[in-house]
Design a protein around this ligand. Structure first.
Ligand code: RP5
Length: 166
């Protein structure tokens, strides 16, 4: 499976291939909505120049949102945000020793002036970051807006059909 569309609207970056099990939930969601994306490993502390290059070129390349997932001392979302005006959505990846609380705090606590929209730790965060990107794109895309409404209706129907056992 290729993780690069010719003209991606959303960039999905992660600090390591070990983040993929979580970050693929963002990919799955964008695929569901047929939103072109690219997904790649760009490590903040091991590939800092690549990270800055990506951030500097993103706006000019037509990238509308960057979803960045990392674990531990998770610099990736914040440092990307420091170098681009493209909205950055941070996904805290669960870590080995602190189970992602470290990732969450290091992503969510951006100082005033350079925002990172931070999502839940793990799979839900990755999926919701993608849904949030879809929602932003849907503000200027009626077809996508309809798909998003349909997605919500499906969730409603699923929840409304739930029954409780005695
Ligand atoms: C971070 O360190 C990555 O985002 C990953 O969550 C964590 C561990 O990376 P690996 O040691 O598995 O490559 O940079």
């Amino acid at each position: 499976m290729s993780h690069t569309h010719a003209t991606p609207l959303v960039g999905i970056l992660m600090g390591s291939s070990s983040d993929w099990d979580v970050m693929k939930h963002a990919v799955d969601m964008l695929t569901l909505f047929n939103v072109p994306y690219e997904a790649k490993v760009v490590s903040a502390h091991r590939m800092p120049d690549d990270m800055f290059d990506y951030a500097e070129l993103a706006h000019g390349r037509g990238i509308k949102a960057i979803i960045a997932g990392a674990g531990g001392a998770a610099h990736l979302p914040g440092m990307l945000a420091a170098k681009t005006i493209v909205p950055v959505f941070g996904v805290p990846v669960p870590s080995k020793y602190l189970r992602g609380e470290d990732s969450l705090y290091s992503i969510v606590q951006m100082p005033k002036g350079v925002p990172v929209a931070t999502f839940a730790i793990g799979e839900a965060g990755a999926a919701n970051a993608a849904l949030h990107a879809v929602a932003n794109l849907a503000m200027h895309d009626e077809v996508l807006a309809e798909k998003l409404h349909a997605f919500r209706v499906k969730q409603y129907e699923h929840a409304a059909a739930m029954t409780l056992k005695d």
